[in-house]
Ligand binder design. Structure first.
Ligand SMILES: *[C@@H]1O[C@H](CO)[C@@H](O)[C@H](O)[C@H]1NC(C)=O
Ligand SMILES: *[C@@H]1O[C@H](CO)[C@@H](O)[C@H](O)[C@H]1NC(C)=O
Ligand SMILES: *[C@@H]1O[C@H](CO)[C@@H](O)[C@H](O)[C@H]1NC(C)=O
Ligand SMILES: *[C@@H]1O[C@H](CO)[C@@H](O)[C@H](O)[C@H]1NC(C)=O
Ligand SMILES: *[C@@H]1O[C@H](CO)[C@@H](O)[C@H](O)[C@H]1NC(C)=O
Ligand SMILES: *[C@@H]1O[C@H](CO)[C@@H](O)[C@H](O)[C@H]1NC(C)=O
Ligand SMILES: *[C@@H]1O[C@H](CO)[C@@H](O)[C@H](O)[C@H]1NC(C)=O
Ligand SMILES: *[C@@H]1O[C@H](CO)[C@@H](O)[C@H](O)[C@H]1NC(C)=O
Ligand SMILES: *[C@@H]1O[C@H](CO)[C@@H](O)[C@H](O)[C@H]1NC(C)=O
Ligand SMILES: *[C@@H]1O[C@H](CO)[C@@H](O)[C@H](O)[C@H]1NC(C)=O
Ligand SMILES: *[C@@H]1O[C@H](CO)[C@@H](O)[C@H](O)[C@H]1NC(C)=O
Ligand SMILES: *[C@@H]1O[C@H](CO)[C@@H](O)[C@H](O)[C@H]1NC(C)=O
Length: 848
């Protein structure tokens, strides 16, 4: 015996052993305790046996030479202990039995009459009745496809919550939890064929292709990067537990695998890779994705496994009133396409955030900045996030406030952005120190040459500018404002809180200066309110530039709105040419106003109730964008002061006041909704809500409008100027929706009125709404003709407005109680009282 034959001996030996073991006789079994004992294929390429996957846990299956599994009995969850066994029973079934004796997996072939089993050199484990195959591992794949295996459209690869399928159309899909498809690749559109029975196969050289009787040649899906290279290499397609489909190659006997192709080149695109609420991102030091939580408002479900996802420390339902939206830059929520088309909208970024905040079912939203302007709302329980500096999108997650951002250096803050933050700091420090230096220099200069000059103001103006740059409102001196308004010469209007004058600041900025009246608050409180107002920024809110608080003078400086207020357009007479708004403009104004108010109600930490919504307070900028003004001012007047609710404020807002004002019931954000509803109806009709004319059948406009609305005669309500200008191009559906929303807003019971957020959604058509019930205005219909006028002394009013006094007899009059039934009133006497007392006001308005 020479050296050469010695060398071949083990090889020959193994052949003789495996060959005999290729046929598996009934009654034989393998034990998890004996890992070397296997059932091998004739030339030893594949074998059936146990693999150890953990301490005292084993899987049974078919392995490639070297120990790479290609099929697993019962899948990855079918682990057994060292007492486990894998049997081919004489009844014809393959069984995986745990040490305890319980059956973990069964091929269920006993009734098919399988009398023999074998493992062949292609890796197929087959059960036969005679020579007819009744079951095979190739036909029941787990997570892997090898060459010679035909993967058909009825089969599924499963790995954890992920599954892979071939559709009849030839599309390949990856799906999460059987519901969300995050990868769907079809045939090239140049393939003109309707497939009949597509098969996905992997050629031994490493080419994955779909074949079908209708295709002249196989359609190539993917080439492995090492295709047609090397020898004795097994390529296989595997759905990994991370949800990605890959082609691997493994050299015979090596036991190692190398990835050669992946369906998703970006692992973070796999839905749910980081679990629920987990954010997938990349860390500069490695190309592997990392999972993190959106912010410190979350904690990992399992601190040892970041892929298990995150949960809120405080759930949203345990957090009434302080839910807010956490902003995640360059982040998006998978998947595309979303589960429901009703979760995709064309709205801007702030609306995208807001719509989610106000919607009870929405958990997160993504606004794409890729030019599509799309907003995706995530309403499903499971939210999968992805953050990457290259993603052109911003996402929001609903959390219980306050927001606790992740500390820098955490996984979530990708290294690059950390770098940017550092740079930001350096820039900020440099800029600030330069500015400080400049100020010091200027102060020194002033001290040196101008200390005796009376022109001290210039420095204070500089200082004010600096203050402005840092976001705080500018404090002006009374003299400065007197100068910029030319001695309060050009009056723009007189609002509920004082007159407004036009002014021009030293830097030529045009402003509106409001001289507040009747402010009895101390300086400190005033400054606090000013700080609140000026920190309230929204596209649809007038910006506060600065203020003045000197002695008894209290002034507010606002940005100037070129197109003045909405009322000047709505109620201008027809001969005033040019003062007309087309329908598109009106709709945008209605929507913008609603957004502005929503911001006040639902976005700010402390909810601001405007208390004085009316067309006069809706200003229009150069592009006719609506800007709500005068918000936050109601607070300046002591709300506990009884005079707050007296005639003075009532007079200013006649027609727009919610009934609860006069019933002395709590004023809530729903009171603004009522006023907004009136504005909405006026925007459509171009008429004051309390107008009474021949045209309205001598009824109050809103009463008459509801009757026409009920008769589906919407055109009668619409501004005649709109009808004559836009004619048949008018979007009557949109108009009807606006009117309907208006009637919802002016419901008598605050609880029946929608929130402003809901109003925005209804206007946008995101939320469907039912026909509005009879609004309160109709209940007054019978009284609108009476000539009762509101007396000018507050005492007459207060008779009807005690908080808890029993209802006066007026409240139980037949008229009111008859209609009272229409809106099931939870506070019956209060409701009657409201109606009775406010009828006075409205009838006054009608008569006026
Ligand atoms: C079985 O495997 C062990 C190592 O796991 C090895 O030491 C032993 O020699 C093997 N037995 C046979 C019969 O091959
Ligand atoms: C098998 O038994 C072990 C304990 O002996 C247990 O941990 C394991 O979960 C069992 N496997 C199955 C699939 O029931
Ligand atoms: C097994 O095959 C034989 C012959 O083909 C057939 O007669 C018998 O019914 C089969 N057994 C079962 C259980 O299908
Ligand atoms: C084993 O058999 C298969 C199928 O006949 C063949 O493709 C493969 O090359 C063989 N391997 C060895 C090592 O003989
Ligand atoms: C796969 O399909 C081809 C033809 O489509 C067939 O010849 C071959 O036998 C099939 N292989 C298996 C294992 O079913
Ligand atoms: C997966 O789907 C099932 C229903 O098919 C559902 O009950 C379960 O909650 C889903 N899992 C997750 C994490 O959403
Ligand atoms: C197949 O995939 C294409 C994209 O490659 C997609 O447009 C098409 O809708 C998919 N078809 C099905 C039935 O999923
Ligand atoms: C379809 O395939 C042809 C050639 O096979 C290629 O030229 C074309 O770019 C492909 N089209 C798409 C959309 O992939
Ligand atoms: C595929 O089916 C569609 C509709 O069923 C038909 O219009 C088309 O011609 C078919 N294409 C081929 C190549 O048969
Ligand atoms: C990046 O990943 C590596 C290894 O994956 C890890 O050691 C390192 O801490 C990570 N860096 C950050 C900033 O998370
Ligand atoms: C002028 O100054 C005011 C505040 O002092 C500021 O809001 C405004 O932006 C400035 N305008 C210009 C053009 O710099
Ligand atoms: C009150 O109205 C109801 C029906 O609306 C009527 O039947 C009843 O007679 C009226 N009562 C009085 C006192 O007018």
């Amino acid at each position: 015996m020479n050296f050469r034959s010695l060398f071949f001996l083990p090889f020959l030996l193994s052949i003789s052993i495996t060959f005999t073991a290729a046929q598996i006789s009934p009654g034989s079994s393998l034990s998890a305790a004996e890992l070397n004992r296997t059932w091998a294929s004739p030339n030893g390429t594949f074998s059936v046996g146990f693999t150890q996957v953990g301490p005292n846990s084993f899987l049974a299956g078919v392995n490639y030479n070297g120990g790479v599994p290609i099929w697993t009995a019962g899948g990855a969850s079918a682990v057994v202990d060292s007492g486990g066994s894998f049997r081919f029973t004489s009844a014809g079934s393959l069984l995986l039995v745990n040490g305890s004796g319980s059956t973990v997996w069964d091929s269920n072939t006993a009734r098919l009459g399988a009398s023999s089993a074998s493992i062949d050199d292609s890796g197929n484990l087959v059960l036969r009745n005679g020579s007819r195959p009744v079951w095979s591992s190739f036909a029941n794949p787990t997570d892997t496809v090898v060459p010679a295996q035909n993967f058909t459209s009825g089969q599924t690869l499963v790995s954890g919550v992920y599954s892979f399928r071939l559709l009849n159309t030839g599309n390949l899909t990856l799906t999460w939890n059987g519901s969300i498809t995050y990868w769907n690749q079809g045939l090239n559109s140049s393939v003109d064929s309707n497939l009949t029975s597509p098969i996905l196969g992997l050629q031994p050289i490493g080419v994955a292709a779909i074949s079908d009787p209708t295709l002249r040649s196989p359609y190539i899906v993917a080439y492995s990067s090492d295709y047609a290279e090397g020898s004795d290499i097994l390529r296989f397609l595997k759905l990994d537990s991370d949800g990605n489909l890959r082609i691997y190659s493994s050299a015979r006997g090596s036991g190692t695998t190398t990835m050669r192709w992946a369906a998703l080149t970006d692992q973070c695109q796999v839905f749910g890779y980081c679990g629920n609420m987990g954010i997938c991102s990349y860390n500069v030091t490695s190309s592997n994705p990392v999972c993190g939580c959106p912010s410190q408002n979350f904690e990992p479900v399992d601190p040892n496994d970041s892929r298990k996802g995150c949960r809120r420390k405080v759930e949203i339902q345990d957090c009434p009133g302080s839910a807010t939206m956490l902003e995640l830059d360059h982040a998006r929520f998978l998947t595309y396409q979303p589960e429901l088309s009703s979760q995709v909208f064309w709205v801007g970024i702030s609306a995208c955030r807001l719509n989610c905040l106000v919607s009870g079912s929405c958990l997160a939203s993504t606004s794409l900045a890729d030019g599509t302007g799309l907003c995706y709302l995530k309403t499903s329980e499971f939210v999968s996030g992805y953050q990457n500096p290259s993603l052109p999108s911003t996402s929001y997650v609903k959390v219980c406030g306050p927001i606790q951002p992740n500390p820098t250096g955490q996984i979530e803050v990708v290294g690059q952005s950390k770098g940017w933050k550092m740079k930001g700091w350096i820039v900020a420090v440099v800029v600030l120190s330069t500015l400080a230096g400049l100020i010091a220099a200027e102060a020194g200069l002033w001290w040196w040459c101008c200390r005796h000059s009376p022109n001290f103001g210039s420095l204070s103006a500089q200082y004010a500018l600096l203050e402005y740059a840092s976001g705080a409102p500018v404090q002006f001196s009374y003299k400065e404002l007197q100068r910029s308004t030319n001695g309060f010469k050009e009056k723009l209007g007189a609002g509920g809180f004082g007159a407004v004058y036009k002014g021009i600041l030293a830097n030529k900025t045009v402003v509106a200066v409001k001289q507040l009246e009747g402010i009895e608050q101390g300086e400190r409180q005033f400054r606090m309110e000013v700080a609140t107002i000026s920190s309230t920024h929204h596209l649809n809110l007038v910006r506060l530039i600065g203020f003045c608080s000197e002695g008894r003078h209290r002034l507010l400086v606002y940005e100037f709105m070129k197109n003045s207020s909405l009322d000047s357009f709505l109620f201008s007479t027809e001969d005033q040419s040019g003062k007309f708004l087309n329908w598109g403009c009106r709709f945008n104004i209605a929507l913008g106003t609603a957004r502005g108010i929503t911001y006040l109600h639902e976005e700010c930490r402390d909810c601001i109730v405007h208390c004085d919504i009316k067309p006069e307070n809706i200003l229009l900028d150069d592009n006719f964008n609506a800007k709500v003004s005068d918000f936050g001012l109601a607070k300046l007047i002591n709300p506990k002061d009884h005079r707050y609710r007296t005639l003075k404020s009532v007079r200013g807002t006649r027609g727009y006041l919610a009934p609860e004002w006069l019933a002395n019931l709590p004023i809530t954000s729903k009171s603004d909704v009522y006023s907004y509803g009136m504005v909405l109806l006026e925007t459509v009709s171009g008429r004051r809500n309390f107008e009474v004319s021949e045209q309205t059948n001598m009824k109050k406009f809103t009463v008459w409008a509801y009757e026409e609305f009920e008769k589906d005669n919407v055109r009668a309500i619409v501004d005649r100027r709109l009808l004559s200008t836009n004619g048949d191009d008018l979007d009557m559906e949109q108009i009807t929706r606006l009117i309907g929303v208006g009637f919802w807003c002016i419901q008598e019971q605050p609880s029946q009125r929608p929130t402003m957020g809901k109003v925005v959604q209804m206007l946008e058509g995101i939320t469907e709404f039912e026909r509005p019930p009879v609004p309160r205005v109709v209940t007054e219909g019978s009284m609108s003709g009476t000539s009762m006028t509101m007396s000018s002394n507050a005492s007459a009013l207060s008779t009807f407005a005690p908080t808890s006094a029993p209802a006066p007899s007026l409240a139980s009059s037949n008229n009111t109680s008859a209609v009272g039934g229409a809106s099931s009133s939870p506070v019956a006497s209060g409701g009657d009282l409201e109606r009775a007392s406010s009828s006075l006001l409205h009838s006054d308005a009608g008569a006026a």
